[in-house]
Structure formats: structure tokens, C-alpha cells
Design a protein around this ligand. Structure first.
Ligand code: SAM
Length: 259
């Protein structure tokens, strides 16, 4: 089939076999896995995963690609769900309690942040996630405190996942080539994330980073007095990127207590 890539669906298809092989090696699929691919496109990753699996699911938005994939993978255990991954109920794929799903995908970069937050709501049901994303986004996801890339995305996601950037992928590995470098990220949900109200965490983090170069005494003034920061064991003269994940969680829990 001749498919003209649709920019609005973030369609950059992987074509480099060595990159595809490296991704499959990183995922290390096993026959019993409950594997779901987001955005299979023309099926470059799908066809390499399927031989390892007893079943596989995929969620694809583009109707033309769905009919192409249905023909291409007619005699395989692949179930294709036509629809928006941002609205998809990933828990519905879990065959039994205790059998966690694995999610993979070369994701559409234009929806990566909302998609990562949508997926976080299913983290209890997920064993791991391997994604291709814009390299700069992966750097932010995996950044530790003190680094330039550390911010809202790092803190919100690291509350729930252990995150590792595995390797980078150049634009030439895709067709059409994206304008940016890409990277593969591995996300493993933490078994017991520290209890925390996500809404409050988001509020504190957004406020703390509202002006990156300012110290938190100023940025957090609408939420915490200097004294409250000190009582929480946090130096009010620090810049937001110097605060650890644990310190942000402490603050968000305090917000809950004072409301
Ligand atoms: N996996 C293929 C590959 O590596 O060649 C395609 C990757 S391409 C970057 C992203 C894919 O996600 C496209 O097939 C696109 O149609 C699909 N897509 C875009 N938005 C989507 C959404 N909201 N839900 C599900 N799939 C989506």
C-alpha cells in the first residue's frame, strides 16, 4: 500500500532495521507477555514483536492504516483497536488480575506529554513501557535534581516510574525524517510509590518552576510561607531544580494538611 504520511498524526515511520532490532532487544518480548503497541503505523515494530508472542494488541488512530494492518496481519494473533490512545482504556486488555501489560510504541511526538499522563492512570496494571520519543523529552523525563532538564515532567513521572533513557536514534532512521533527535525510554512503575495527591504535587511543582531562575521562597510564596518551608526542612533560598522528588512530595502532602 502506498501511504502518504500524515503530519497531524505524527507519522514518522521507522525504517532502519538495526534500530528496530535494538528496540526489540531492549523490550525482550516473551511468549506470555500481554503486549500492546501504541501507533503501529505500517507495522515495522509489530512484525518483529509478533513472532515472539502468543497474543498482541495495538491501538491505531488512522483508519487507513488500520485496514492496511488488518490485511497485513490477517493470520496472526494481533488485535487492532481503531481509536485514540489518549482515550483508550488500557486496563481493559489485562486478562486477569496480576497479569500486567507491557506497552510499547514509537509514539506520535505531538501528543507525547498528554499520553504519558493518560498512561500514568493505568500504572498499577502495567509491567513496563518502552517508547520512542523526542530525545529532549526523554532527557526531561529521566533528569535528576540539579540538572538543567529537571522540571515538572521529571518530577510528576518519577513519582510513579523508574525511568531510564536507553539509547538515542538519529532522524535518518525514520521516513519522513523528523526535525529532532529521538531516544528510547524504559519506564517501570514503582511497586510502592510514596502516597501523594497528584493534583497537589502538580500545583506545587508548577508554582515552584513558574520562574526557574528565582528561589523557591519567591516562587512558592502563594502556597507556603518561608517558615513553612523551613519547618518542612527545605532551604527557602534554593532554586526549584535543587529540590529532590521527595522534597516536592513532602510539600504537596503539607498542602493537603493545610487545606
Ligand atoms: N510504529 C510505527 C513505526 O515505528 O514506524 C509508526 C510510528 S508514528 C511515529 C506514530 C503512529 O501513531 C502513527 O501510526 C499514527 O497514525 C499513530 N497515532 C497518532 N496519533 C494517535 C493516537 N492519538 N492514538 C493512536 N495512534 C496514534
Amino acid at each position: 500500500m502506498k501511504h502518504i504520511p500524515r503530519k497531524r498524526f505524527g507519522q514518522n515511520f521507522l525504517k532502519d532495521p538495526s534500530v528496530l532490532d535494538a528496540i526489540i532487544d531492549a523490550i525482550a518480548p516473551r511468549p506470555e507477555d500481554i503486549m500492546v503497541e501504541i501507533g503501529p503505523g505500517m507495522g515495522a515494530m509489530t512484525e518483529r514483536l509478533l513472532p515472539h508472542l502468543k497474543r498482541m494488541d495495538a491501538v491505531e488512530l488512522d483508519r487507513d492504516l488500520v485496514s492496511f494492518l488488518k490485511k497485513k496481519f490477517k493470520d496472526t494473533p494481533l488485535t487492532i483497536h481503531q481509536g485514540d490512545a489518549l482515550a483508550f482504556d488500557f486496563q481493559s486488555l489485562q486478562p486477569a488480575l496480576g497479569q500486567k501489560i507491557r506497552i510499547v510504541g514509537n509514539l506520535p511526538y505531538n501528543i507525547s506529554t498528554p499520553l504519558l499522563f493518560h498512561l500514568m492512570t493505568f500504572a498499577d496494571h502495567v509491567r513496563d513501557q518502552h517508547f520512542m520519543l523526542q530525545k529532549e523529552v526523554v532527557e526531561r523525563m529521566a533528569a535528576g535534581h540539579g540538572s538543567k532538564a529537571y522540571g515538572r515532567l521529571s518530577i510528576m513521572l518519577q513519582w510513579r516510574y523508574d525511568i531510564d533513557m536507553l539509547f538515542t536514534v538519529p532522524p535518518t532512521a525514520f521516513s519522513p525524517a523528523p526535525k529532532v533527535d529521538s531516544a528510547i525510554v524504559r519506564m517501570i512503575p514503582k511497586t510502592s510509590p510514596v502516597p501523594c495527591n497528584l493534583e497537589n504535587l502538580s500545583k506545587v511543582v508548577t508554582q515552584a518552576f513558574s520562574q526557574r531562575r528565582k528561589i523557591i521562597r519567591n516562587n512558592l510564596a502563594p502556597l507556603f510561607s518561608e517558615k513553612a518551608l523551613e519547618l518542612a526542612g527545605i532551604d527557602p533560598a534554593k532554586r526549584p531544580e535543587q529540590l529532590t522528588l521527595e522534597q516536592f512530595i513532602t510539600l504537596s502532602n503539607q498542602l493537603q494538611e493545610t487545606r
